[in-house]
Structure formats: structure tokens, C-alpha cells
Write a protein that binds this ligand. Structure first.
Ligand code: URA
Length: 299
């Protein structure tokens, strides 16, 4: 009796492995000499024989098909089921956030839109944070590293936190949308998420807020103000006051990328800084005279 054994090409296994590494946020991977040798062989075989043929090994006529252990095949084909209803599981904050992260990856309301890219970027930072920052959606660099706010806007955000006397690893940083919004022929260009994309992902950021219960929330930019707080209008009309986000005081300020686009214009920097001073007061942080005077026009 013949037994049907599914076969998987080594190159597909390699791609699966590399994709999983990227999803874990890895940007480099070490290939030992054995792996290099295998890749060289694959390359040569794909060109029609090369070294193997020269060494007397017959090159396959069509595609390269090599059977692998069945246990490996099972690992490769197993795909988590789509999730349509959010269930927060676990006891500790870490466990509860991790349960959200796993569900976000296969969250059908977002995936079925077909307008978001594959790679999920969830959140980063301290689950015990006193401050939570919420942006709109990951961009090119965030998708590449699998971490929110790690591109130029992220560097600016880290600088702002530093000026406040807060370390980046002490806050919790998230986005409303957990996937980079897609565009035609996308390279490094990013776009804002649509209202539909934000609505699809909103249950996650709301659940994150419920798990962390920070002492205050900072919405970064007008899109986050709209998506998270249901506000309309310009950032100027949203900022400079406290809003309520499920009982937690929330402040809207300009997005760090707007600061970059403005060429770090002093009056924009000062407005962001005034929002941050309000956050520091809310947290009962000491504020020095020097800090109070940051980014004021020179007399
Ligand atoms: N802009 C955002 O709103 N979020 C990020 O993670 C990066 C840039």
C-alpha cells in the first residue's frame, strides 16, 4: 500500500523560520557553515546542477522537493484559528497582555479588512507603567523591528520622555492599530489608519488600558485623539486640557512626527512640552525651574 507523504521544500522551511524570527523582532540571524553550505547547494541546484552536477549528483529536472520528518510538517502547517471575540486570559498583567497579543495576530475584524499588512506590532514597555502613550499605527521601521515607536518619531518620543526624567522602559507604549496600514507599491512610505481600521483594532487598546490602568494616558496626534477618545477637529482644539478615557485622565498632544516635520519649530516644541508638564504635575513629579522654562522663546 502506498502512503502519501506531503513534502516541503527546505527553502519554504527556511522562509518560515526567517518570518518567525522577524515576527519576534529579530533583525539579524547567524548562519553557521552548515546552513551556508545548504543554501549554496540550493542555489546551485536551482541554477540547474552546478556543483552537485559537477560532483556527479544528478540535478532534479523540475522543482527541488525533499521530504522532511512528519513532526516538522505538522509544525509548519499548524495555523492558529481566527479570533472574532476577545477573551482576556491569565492572572498577571504580563499574562493578560500576552493573551491579547496572541489574539491580535489573528483578529478577524482587522484581518478581514484586507487593508492592513501581515506583520503584527503590538506594544512595548512596562505593564506596571504609570503612563501609557498611544499612537496611531506602526510605520516602516516599527514593522521591521516589531516594536512601536522605534523609527525617527520614536527617537523623538524617547527624547521627550528623557526631558521629563522618565525612561522609555518605564512607560507603556502602544498603538490603536496593530498592523501597518498598506498602500499600493509600498516601500518605506506610511499612511494614517482609517476610521474603519481603528474601529477594528480599538478593543485591544481598550483592553490594554483596562489591564494596565495607568495614572494617565497621552494620545499622540489627532488620529489617536479621534480613535481613542472620539474627538474631532484639530490637535490644537484637542490639546491643552484633560479628557476622560474610561475614568483615566488623558491628554492629547502633537505627534512626534509632526514635530520632526515642523523642523522642531520652537512654538510646537513648547506646546508639546506644556502638555508634558501637565502630565508631570498629574503624576506628582518634581519639576525644576529649568524644566519649566524649556523651549520658551529667548527674551
Ligand atoms: N507613529 C505611530 O503612531 N506609531 C508608531 O508606532 C510609529 C509611528
Amino acid at each position: 500500500m502506498s502512503r502519501l507523504v506531503a513534502v516541503i521544500r527546505p527553502i519554504d522551511l527556511l522562509l518560515d523560520f526567517l518570518n518567525a524570527e522577524v515576527a519576534r523582532g529579530e533583525t539579524h540571524c547567524h548562519l553557521d557553515e552548515g546552513a551556508r553550505e545548504a543554501l549554496r547547494d540550493l542555489y546551485e541546484v536551482s541554477r540547474g546542477g552546478g556543483r552537485k552536477a559537477a560532483a556527479g549528483v544528478e540535478a532534479p529536472k523540475e522543482k527541488v522537493v525533499i521530504s522532511v520528518r512528519e513532526s516538522v510538517q505538522e509544525e509548519v502547517v499548524a495555523k492558529p484559528a481566527a479570533v472574532t471575540e476577545l477573551r482576556v486570559e491569565g492572572v498577571s498583567r504580563e499574562e493578560r497582555l500576552e493573551s491579547l497579543r496572541k489574539q491580535a495576530e489573528v483578529w478577524e475584524p482587522a484581518r478581514s479588512l484586507g487593508t492592513l499588512r501581515e506583520m503584527m506590532v503590538f506594544a512595548t514597555g512596562n505593564p506596571e507603567a504609570r503612563v501609557m502613550l498611544v499612537g496611531e499605527a506602526p510605520g516602516y521601521e516599527e514593522e521591521r523591528q516589531g516594536i512601536p515607536f522605534v523609527g525617527p518619531a520614536g527617537q523623538k518620543l524617547t527624547d521627550i520622555l528623557k526631558a521629563m526624567g522618565i525612561k522609555r522602559e518605564d512607560v507603556y507604549i502602544s498603538n490603536i492599530v496593530k498592523f501597518r496600514p498598506a498602500t499600493a507599491k509600498q516601500a518605506t512610505n506610511n499612511r494614517k489608519p482609517t476610521a474603519e481600521e481603528m474601529a477594528a483594532c480599538l478593543p485591544f487598546v481598550r483592553a490594554e488600558i483596562e489591564i494596565i490602568r495607568p495614572e494617565c494616558i497621552i494620545a499622540l496626534g489627532g488620529t489617536a485623539g479621534e480613535g481613542l477618545l472620539g474627538l474631532t477637529g484639530t490637535v490644537t482644539s484637542m490639546r491643552g486640557k484633560w479628557h476622560d478615557c474610561n475614568g483615566i485622565p488623558a491628554r492629547v498632544t502633537f505627534h512626534p512626527s509632526y514635530l520632526l516635520q515642523s523642523g522642531d519649530a520652537l512654538h510646537i516644541k513648547r506646546q508639546v512640552w506644556e502638555d508634558m508638564l501637565a502630565v508631570m504635575e498629574q503624576l506628582g513629579m518634581p519639576i525644576s525651574e529649568k524644566q519649566r522654562g524649556f523651549f520658551l522663546p529667548k527674551a
